[in-house]
Structure formats: structure tokens, C-alpha cells
Ligand binder design. Structure first.
Ligand SMILES: [Fe+2]
Length: 254
């Protein structure tokens, strides 16, 4: 791999987290998110950041029990697994970097699955916000303009995204990404994400890199307690708590 290609991948690996760090209000939060980027760089420990809201803050759209289990059991589990991998395979891992863009280098699926699980959930939490009064929740600014340009209208985008998320077979994620300056909706299986240089549906392995700016967790653990098998209801509820300010900040980030 040439130096330019390697540098490009390195830069891209932290793109999402760096974008999150820029977008958060409050120095403590920024420091926390910068530290997770540093942890990914140092590959010696991974940290579960505090949620930016309480477990019940997203009700009635996502219930408190689901949030508590999702965050403290599932996400914590990915973090614990990563730290275990690092502590027990240090020689194997010391020759490379544990980053989303590098998961194809690890023969063990555990790195890909747990790093994806950690990265995806870290991003997912920041892309949610409370909406206790049930106010209309629509994008504004440049992201709103870009959505209108690419998908004709917000309603068309919402319909397209919801349909793609609804059709994911089994567990996975639905994303809005920026690729070559254009918005695109993609899905990934399991804990894969758009930064990973792995085969993705209908995608050239070496297609221009995709920057994730919106993420929806389609694992049943994200909704089964409240919505049981009704994934469409979970998706419809989720639109009410999308943190469009964060999406806008990620969209505008380099
Ligand atoms: Fe999840």
C-alpha cells in the first residue's frame, strides 16, 4: 500500500469521531470524545463514554429499559471485548492499528465486529436527542438543502431511508453517508460500517470513501422490548429524536 493511500485511510479512520468531537457543545464532552479517538489510535484501551442524556430522556420514542440495556450491556460488551482482544493479543496487534478502515487486515472477525460495535454505537448515541414535547423534528441549514437536492424532498428521503432500513435482513445498520460530495443511503450487515474497507452491498471495494453522518441501529436489541417485532414502528419513532444539529455538523466537517 502506498504512503498516500495509507495516509488517506488513516485520516478517514477517525473522520467520524473527529467530526463528533467538533460538533459537541461543552469542553468536557469534546475532551471525552477526543480521548476515544486517542484510544483508537493508541490501541491499548477503549472507553465507554457517558451517554449525553439520561436513560429515560428519549421516551416515549425509545424506552428507558431499552436504553439502559443497549448502552450498559451491549455497547459495554463491545468495549470489554475490544480491551480483552488487546490485552491478550498484544503481539499480534502491535504491528498494526485497530481502526475501522483497517479491519480487513485482521483475520479474526472479533476485531471487525467489536470495533464496529463500539464505533457505531458511539456515533449513534450522539445522533439522538430528547424531544419530550413531540415537536416537529426536521433538518435545517446545509444538510436540509443537500437532502432536498439529492432526494427531491425531506419526505422522499425519509421514505427511502425508512424502506431501506426496514428491508435489512437480520441485524445491521442504515446510514446516510457523504461520498464524492453526494448524499447516499446505504446499509451494512452486523456491526460493519461505511468506513470499513470490506465488501458492502453493491459497492466497489475501492470506491471513494464514505463519511457516515446519520446512523440507525437495526439490531433487535435496539427496539424489541418496546416494539417487539414491529421494526417499522421503531423507525417511525426514531425520526422524532434524530439530532439534526449533529448531522449538520458532521456533514460540514472535513
Ligand atoms: Fe445496538
Amino acid at each position: 500500500m502506498g504512503d498516500n493511500r495509507r495516509d488517506f485511510l488513516k485520516k478517514g479512520a477517525l473522520l467520524g469521531l473527529a467530526g463528533i468531537a467538533k460538533g459537541l457543545v461543552g469542553e468536557n464532552k469534546i475532551n471525552q470524545l477526543e480521548s476515544i479517538s486517542a484510544n483508537l489510535e493508541e490501541k491499548d484501551k477503549f472507553t465507554l463514554l457517558p451517554l449525553p442524556y439520561s436513560y429515560n430522556a428519549l421516551e416515549p420514542y425509545i424506552d428507558a429499559q431499552t436504553m439502559e440495556i443497549h448502552y450498559s450491556k451491549h455497547h459495554q460488551g463491545y468495549v470489554n471485548n475490544l480491551n480483552k482482544i488487546v490485552s491478550t493479543n498484544i503481539d499480534y496487534l502491535s504491528s498494526d492499528e485497530i481502526k475501522c478502515t483497517h479491519v480487513d487486515k485482521f483475520t479474526s472477525p472479533a476485531v471487525r465486529n467489536n470495533l464496529g460495535g463500539h464505533f457505531n454505537h458511539t456515533l449513534f448515541w450522539t445522533l439522538l436527542k430528547p424531544n419530550p414535547k413531540g415537536e416537529a423534528n426536521l433538518p435545517t441549514g446545509k444538510i436540509a438543502e443537500a437532502i432536498k437536492k439529492e432526494f427531491k424532498s425531506f419526505d422522499d428521503f425519509k421514505k427511502d431511508f425508512s424502506e431501506k432500513a426496514g428491508k435489512i435482513f437480520g441485524s445491521g445498520w442504515c446510514w446516510l453517508v457523504v461520498q464524492d460530495g453526494k448524499l447516499k443511503i446505504i446499509t451494512t450487515p452486523n456491526q460493519d460500517n461505511p468506513l470499513m474497507k470490506v465488501q458492502q452491498e453493491n459497492e466497489d471495494l475501492f470506491a471513494p470513501q464514505k463519511k457516515p453522518i446519520l446512523a440507525l441501529d437495526i439490531w433487535e436489541h435496539a427496539y424489541y422490548l418496546k416494539h417487539q417485532n414491529k421494526r417499522a414502528d421503531y423507525i417511525a419513532n426514531w425520526w422524532n429524536i434524530v439530532n439534526w444539529e449533529m448531522v449538520e455538523k458532521l456533514f460540514n466537517s472535513k
